[in-house]
Design a protein around this ligand. Structure first.
Ligand code: FAD
Length: 419
């Protein structure tokens, strides 16, 4: 039997069909238009405001904050990204924040963290739906002058024990909250708190008396000019030098009962929701570090000639560049997926954001190290930019879950112990 192809008059061509399909089914990876708009605005801010100051801010004293950069970020709404539009914010979810953070981190991850840590501090107050807390603590972010918040979990004695539910009972010397009349009295020492030195207020996790370890965590909003709060010293970090990580000492600090967020004893559950949201955002910061380092290496390998041809034409370098590109792309897809889940899933997802952060944190270290090697001696010198990203790349591997903390979260989800 012979099969003949019939020509159907006016049949759509292949390109018509492609166009029809594209119109009917936008790519699953398309960003919502308002997030695309935000990405472009933040890219412009990162390239024109942050980039010229990167070197100076990296070399500045450990306790110096570049308020001009913060002010310029505030002008485009970075400190009110997650505040609802109805009251003057930009109404972004985790996805919008993550995409914005990638753009800044591709230039300077520590500048990204100034904004990220402040948004993290605000997140509990916004999430709580508590109108009296919101009326008192959100308006400062809507004014003309920039104001920062921070989130204080890590302690002098307890670090990861505060993040691993199975270890909470064993956490030692956890900050205490003693009931006193209609309020609480806080005592303890928090460490490495980003923005702690300069923030107007902090969300602080403390254990209510009578609970072992960290099983009675309650979250409080504490104005940092309260009597009994001492700020400092600022940590002299290897990287992330543009943002300040500070010790906060609380000595008999009185906090009214209405400053409790989401009710006494609910600190643990909120912390896990907050971590899941923050992990996709930190994965985006690591993606930015990998991308920033890759961009330096790509440009250099395209121009630098050795043995009569550009470096990228040498097969060993080509292999490195291809793997670096793949790691940047994969990191981005994972954080977008984690952020999408964090914005849309109940209960809050553990697995997706943790996988995204684990992969992207590792990619940032590997890609920046390869970029440094591609630039040769220039990669080892400050003025070429890669050396700073190598130092910065190790930071995100520590905060919001070390690889070990993430591994426990991931296997917990795989074996059904946690969602
Ligand atoms: C740039 C930066 C910004 C930060 N910003 C903030 C902030 O704003 N707010 C805040 O609260 N904190 C912040 N931190 C602190 C950070 O969250 C903690 O450093 C982190 O949680 C680890 O705690 P730790 O340093 O006490 O380490 P430890 O808990 O002492 O851990 C030391 C090592 O032991 C491993 N380990 C611990 N427990 C286990 C276990 N059960 N199984 C296997 N391995 C384990 C850890 O993975 C790590 O490798 C920041 C840190 C950095 C570097």
């Amino acid at each position: 039997m012979t099969v003949t192809a019939e020509i159907v008059p006016n049949a759509p061509t292949l390109s018509d069909l492609r166009a029809l399909r594209a119109a009917a089914m936008p790519s699953m990876f398309d960003l919502p238009p308002e997030v695309e708009l935000l990405r472009d605005e933040v890219r412009e801010f990162a390239q024109t405001v942050v980039r010229p100051r990167v070197l100076a801010n990296d070399l500045a004293a450990a306790d110096d904050l570049d308020w001009d950069v913060v002010r310029a970020g505030h002008e485009i709404g970075l400190l009110r990204l997650t505040v609802p539009k109805e009251i003057g914010g930009r109404g972004m979810g985790v996805l919008g924040v993550a995409v914005a953070m990638e753009e800044i981190a591709a230039v300077c991850p520590s500048t990204a963290l100034i904004f990220g840590a402040s948004l993290l501090g605000q997140s509990a107050v916004l999430f709580s739906g508590d109108q009296q807390l919101q009326a008192r603590f959100v308006p400062p972010f809507l004014g003309d002058e920039p104001v920062l918040a921070c989130n204080a979990i890590t302690e002098e004695v307890s670090g990861c024990d505060l993040l691993i539910p199975e270890n909470a009972e064993l956490a030692a010397d956890v900050m205490t909250a003693r009931r006193d009349g209609d309020g609480y009295v806080l005592n303890g020492i928090k460490r490495f708190i980003t923005n702690g030195k300069v923030a107007q207020w902090a969300t602080v996790f403390a254990n209510v008396e009578g609970h072992p370890g960290a099983t009675g965590l309650t979250m409080f909003v504490v104005p940092l000019d309260s009597e009994g709060v001492t700020r400092g010293p600022v940590a002299d970090k290897m990287g992330y030098r543009a943002c300040l990580g500070t010790t906060l000492v609380f000595e008999d600090v009185r906090v009214p009962g209405e400053n409790v967020v989401l009710g006494e004893g609910n600190g643990w559950s909120f912390m896990s929701i907050q971590s899941n949201q923050a992990r996709s955002i930190v994965a985006a910061i690591s993606t930015g570090v990998a991308r920033g380092a890759f961009e330096y290496a790509k440009e250099f390998a395209g121009e630098r000639v050795q043995a009569g041809k550009p470096l990228y034409e040498h097969q060993f370098t080509a292999r490195k560049l291809a793997e670096m590109a793949a790691k940047v792309e994969a990191s981005r897809l994972l954080y977008l997926q984690g952020a999408y889940q964090a914005d849309n899933m109940l209960p809050a997802p553990v697995y997706g954001p943790a996988v995204a952060k684990m992969f992207a944190d590792r990619a940032a270290i590997e890609v920046s190290e390869e970029a440094m090697s591609i630039l040769g001696a220039r990669g080892y010198c400050r003025e070429y930019g890669v050396e700073k990203l190598v130092r910065d790349s190790f930071g995100a591997r520590i905060y919001e879950g070390t690889p070990e903390v993430l591994a426990l979260a991931i296997t917990g989800a795989l074996y059904g112990r946690r969602v």
